[in-house]
Design a protein around this ligand. Structure first.
Ligand code: KG4
Ligand code: ZN
Length: 338
């Protein structure tokens, strides 16, 4: 089989995106179809797990057919069936896992379960064909915030992680109190561009000296307290100013710890992963800091930062190459660790 490119069909349903992608040889995306449920959940101000599962169930077959058509791939050409099996909303994950198992069984093709976080990191391999481990990764999304040493394609060490909220979660909560639409991250990113980042100095939480852990809930609560006291005093701070000041407080810490981690590991490559990696202030600040420290910075385009199945296809490919296989007993795991 030497020289044959492996074709992976990948499914991603861990939260509110129903996604199927076809990936050739791990890094070439033949199709990447995403049905976003954002509009459905926006009226509730966040993801409603029960609704997410139902929508996945309604849409997954159509999304799958579109992905296969667009890639012009037939079932007999498929080598690997990849699927996110955690972490995420268990009911949502189950739809992807059950669908992937059905195709794996019907086609007689190997099933490979993928950790969603590994998927986010793998998005960088699609965007940067020359990138290979080892490198340091900042995983920053709605569910997770961690600094990870990527020792190999399937080898990870957590150097630090959030002790409370994920960064994206803090963004979404602050956006809500500012009256911005869900998801709050992109809304804050946009409005902050015209705000004064020094209108209020919110807490920068660095924790113990040398720690690579994060804590964002104090900064988030600080914003809420500030808004309450301003409103009680009859003042209405501009949302753009609060958004800009909040995200500067978060990103100063994120950038400092990420650069510290790369230097501590004596490495020179940093890759961004996860939905918040699409944030323009983070990219700008990290770009400057990495340049100063001689660190090469990698990040996927915004559409590969947020949830998608192409990144899952890439991760499934490398897990399969490394000998990883899962049987039909594969189950969804809401709290799966990297
Ligand atoms: O990776 P992702 O799609 O889902 C999880 O695995 O969590 O990340 C979603 C998170 C949400 O919290 C969203 O508000 C945030 O990523 N996000 C952003 C931006 N785009 C998405 N946060 C800040 N700036 C952005 N441009
Ligand atoms: Zn994600």
């Amino acid at each position: 089989m030497k020289g044959k490119k492996l074709i992976t069909v990948a499914f991603e349903t861990s939260c509110d995106e129903t996604a199927v992608a076809i990936v050739s040889d791990g890094r070439e995306v033949l199709s990447n179809v995403i049905y976003s449920q954002i509009d459905v959940h926006r009226v509730f101000g966040g993801v409603v797990p029960e609704i997410a599962s139902r929508r996945h169930l309604e849409n997954i077959n159509g999304v799958f057919e579109s992905a296969m058509d667009e890639a012009r791939v037939s079932p007999d050409e498929v080598d690997i069936v990849g699927v996110t099996y955690g972490p995420g909303l268990v009911g949502a994950l189950l739809i992807g896992v059950a669908t992937a198992k059905a195709f794996s069984f019907a086609w007689g093709k190997p099933l490979v379960g993928v950790n969603h976080i590994q998927g986010h990191i793998s998005a960088n391999y699609i965007a940067h064909k020359e990138l290979s481990p080892p490198f340091t990764a900042l995983v920053i999304s709605g569910g997770h915030t961690a600094i990870v040493e990527v020792a190999g394609y399937n080898e990870f060490k957590i150097l630090g992680k959030t002790r409370d909220d994920a960064a994206g979660e803090a963004y979404d909560k602050v956006a809500r109190v500012l009256g911005l639409p869900y998801p709050g991250g992109p809304a804050i990113d946009e409005i902050a561009k015209v705000g004064n980042p020094h209108s209020a100095e919110f807490k920068r939480v660095y924790l113990e000296k040398g720690s690579l852990d994060f804590s964002f809930s104090g900064t988030k609560t600080g914003v809420m307290n500030y808004l309450n006291s301003e409103r009680q005093a009859g003042r209405t701070p501009a949302a753009a100013d609060v958004a800009a000041s909040f995200q500067l407080a978060i990103m100063e810490v994120v950038v400092a710890k990420s650069v510290d981690a790369v230097c501590m590991m004596k490495k020179d490559k940093l890759a961004l992963a996860g939905g918040v990696a699409a944030n323009s202030l983070l990219r700008e600040m990290l770009g400057d800091a990495c340049e100063k420290h001689g660190i090469a910075l990698y990040f996927p385009p915004p559409e590969l930062c947020t949830d998608n199945a192409a990144m899952i296809g890439c991760a499934a490919h490398y897990k399969y190459i490394g000998g990883g296989r899962d049987g039909l007993a594969l189950d969804a795991c809401a709290n799966l660790e990297l």
